[in-house]
Ligand binder design. Structure first.
Ligand SMILES: Cc1cc2nc3c(=O)[nH]c(=O)nc-3n(C[C@H](O)[C@H](O)[C@H](O)COP(=O)(O)OP(=O)(O)OC[C@H]3O[C@@H](n4cnc5c(N)ncnc54)[C@H](O)[C@@H]3O)c2cc1C
Length: 640
């Protein structure tokens, strides 16, 4: 099923214009307000879809097709190697050199512990801030397949500077103007952003609107040649006077984006709300209060179909890949610091590097790094091809943030023991930065439900919506398959669904067409993942059948199934990616996939799996870590 036929609307059933989710909420007893809010988000989501060619929309994206198509589209899960053009590579190499030199010379931070202005300017001088800006507007027009792995490289040297490139280029003003600006706006705004004369931020969150984007209160009203903005934003990274902000606000009650050049000083119309924030402490994160703040009307970004949330979702997808890429870099730093410590620390007359528990942690770290790399490369490739990539970028974001948390606490902190909490330790100094990605750019469980919603939407519209409408028209609230009246009410709409269900239950899952060069152990993991993804169609459908219009309330079931499906997507992407890499990377990919599959099956690890973990951990200690990390490990603290 690669395309979805929209069923004809039946008059008198449900008022037209209501989405499946909206109807489900209403019929499920939710308030009109909640149904309207959900409908608004659904509408924005539909409008984002329309920005993409049909073959690149969600129903035709690899994650969606892996579940609903007959057979998994393996080619769409395979990331091709990409060679970065020399001029872009030069910008990247020079940027790394600058940050490394400042880090080593201890000149990266100012007295407040923030990235020094001079470093930001030096980076501007070599083109760092213009990486994602098109060449015609003064940038280097890097492909996302170049940019995302570069963020991994930069994050090994300094994760905050890597993160700021994403804040500026993905979610800040660069992507909104590049993707939605008119030619005049691009010519006026992008060169400023490319040169770094103006760094940018993205302001969506408000005191009362974080997860719930329908609760936005900041408003802008047209007054002559200006929009007049009133409202407050909170938690905005990279905000300082003089910077440029992609401001999401309500214009005529609909979300919109204004590109706002902040004044160089606070004034009666614009003030910062300052607070202490542990996370992202080397960058600025502040609130903004606008009181009758005037923005030239030509800074309004017009969207043909859609609104400001359309623009926000577009940039967030890129930011989510960059977040995973950043995590891959940070975890490399952790691995590089675990190895010398594990070789140095002796307990019970033996180096801890010889111990299975410690080796298993190193093996797990290696596996998570390879999986993060796999997701980064795969998703970046999809974006460059023109895919919307919503579901795939959510998988990358959740994986990058949740496994960074696991790596930090379960693997890194536990191996370093008490020293993890010393001033100057990578864990102790950065623990908030290691956890915060679970929250920003969408909290993981909320995103897991968004993933699930994207997965069920077309199936619901095609099969469940007609059923819901027919039941509603017949005044039936809860379907009883034994009641002939109920069956009669469904006589026209049930057959297509029954046909789909029978076809899915009776037909055999086709064998995936995996590359012939794939090593056998990775092949078997990929085959398992394909089978699990194909089986998920009936699991998802079963959940929809069981809960029908109450499904929106069954968050725990949705969340659990969403995570299971995501885990198999990660296994498939990792097995395919790993199979093109060195023997050691293949080992790491295999160990990761095999553990994930055991967890999926609810089984304990076998002796063979423990042995493979131990062997991989040993290889990493014996120099294998250099295949992952480019930076020299930290010095060991408190060497007694
Ligand atoms: C370090 C950092 C940097 C940030 N940078 C930016 C930035 O640059 N720009 C920007 O706009 N924002 C930024 N944010 C804000 C961030 O995106 C929000 O914190 C995030 O979206 C969650 O919103 P909230 O904090 O208001 O949580 P809330 O909306 O208060 O939600 C709290 C929790 O409640 C639960 N929850 C909420 N609603 C539901 C529901 N319907 N069902 C089930 N559970 C629910 C979820 O677990 C959620 O995490 C940043 C935040 C941090 C910490």
């Amino acid at each position: 099923m690669s395309t979805v036929e929209k069923p004809p609307q039946k008059s008198g059933a449900v008022p037209t214009g209501e989405s499946f989710a909206e109807m489900a909420l209403k019929l499920g007893g939710k308030s009109d307000d909640e149904a309207r809010r959900t409908g608004a988000i659904d509408k924005a989501d539909d409008q984002v879809e329309e920005l993409f060619k049909p073959q690149y929309q969600t129903v035709n994206s690899p994650a969606h097709r892996a579940v609903w198509d007959h057979g998994v589209p393996i080619k769409e899960f395979t990331s091709e190697d990409f060679s970065t053009p020399a001029d872009v590579q030069a910008v990247m190499d020079k940027s790394i050199d600058i940050v490394r030199r400042n880090r080593d010379g201890k000149t990266l931070l100012d007295q407040q512990g923030k990235i020094r202005n001079e470093v930001i300017e030096e980076l501007a001088g070599v083109g760092y801030w213009g990486l994602l800006v098109g060449k015609e507007y003064g940038g280097s027009g890097a492909a996302f397949r170049s940019f995302a792995p570069f963020i991994t490289r930069m994050a090994q040297v300094d994760p905050t500077i890597g993160g700021l490139a994403s804040v500026h280029g993905c979610i800040g003003a660069v992507d909104p103007v590049s993707s939605f600006g008119n030619e005049e706006q691009k010519r006026r705004i992008l060169p400023e952003l490319a040169s770094g004369r103006r760094l940018s931020a993205f302001a969506l969150t408000e005191p009362g609107a974080g997860s719930d984007l329908t609760a936005l209160k900041t408003r802008a009203k047209l007054d002559g040649d200006h929009y007049v903005v009133n409202g407050e934003k909170l938690f905005i990274t990279n905000v300082l006077p003089g910077r440029t902000v992609g401001l999401v606000c309500l214009i005529d009650d609909a979300p919109a984006v204004l590109i706002v050049d902040l004044p160089y000083e606070e004034n009666e119309n614009f003030q910062l709300r300052k607070y202490g924030l542990y996370a992202l402490k080397q960058a600025y994160n502040q609130g903004m209060i606008f009181k009758d703040f005037r923005v030239p009307k030509e800074n309004y970004l017009h969207v043909d179909r859609g609104n400001g949330l359309t623009i926000a979702y577009h940039g967030l997808n890129l930011g989510r890949i960059a977040l995973c890429a950043n995590a891959a870099g940070v975890m490399r730093g952790m691995m590089a610091s675990m190895v010398p410590w594990a070789q140095y620390r002796v307990t019970y007359a033996e180096k801890i590097a010889k111990r299975e528990l410690v080796r298993r942690r190193l093996a797990r770290m290696a596996g998570i790094i390879v999986a993060s790399d796999a997701l980064t490369h795969w998703c970046a490739g999809l974006i460059d091809q023109g895919y919307r990539g919503e579901m795939e970028c959510i998988v990358a974001k959740i994986f990058g943030s949740e496994f960074l948390k696991e790596a930090a606490v379960e693997l890194f902190m536990k191996t370093h023991g008490g020293r993890s909490f010393l001033h100057g330790h990578l864990f102790g100094d950065n623990v908030h930065d290691l956890l915060a990605p679970c929250i920003y750019e969408g909290e993981g469980e909320m995103l897991g439900m968004a993933f699930f919603k994207s997965l069920v939407k077309a199936h619901g519209v095609q099969f469940f919506e007609p059923v819901g409408k027919a039941l509603h028209a017949a005044g039936i609230r809860t379907m009883n398959p034994m009641n002939p009246m109920h069956l009669w009410a469904l006589r026209k709409v049930a057959p297509p669904y029954m046909k789909w269900l029978a076809g899915r239950k009776l037909s055999r899952t086709p064998s995936p067409e995996l590359p012939s060069s794939m090593p056998s152990r990775l092949r078997s993991h990929a085959e398992f993942a394909c089978h699990a993804l194909q089986s998920a169609a009936l699991e998802v459908d079963g959940l929809m059948q069981r809960h029908q219009l109450k499904l929106a309330d069954r968050q725990c079931q949705m969340s659990e199934l969403s995570l299971r499906i995501q885990s198999m997507i990660v296994v498939l992407a990792t097995a395919l990616y790993g199979s093109r890499k060195s023997e050691l990377i293949q080992d790491a990919a295999s160990v990761f996939c095999s553990t994930t599959i055991s967890q999926y099956k609810g089984r304990r690890l076998s002796d063979g799996q423990h042995k493979a973990n131990n062997k991989l951990g040993e290889a990493i200690v014996d120099g294998g870590w250099k295949s992952f990390a480019t930076e020299v490990p930290d010095e060991i603290l408190m060497q007694y």
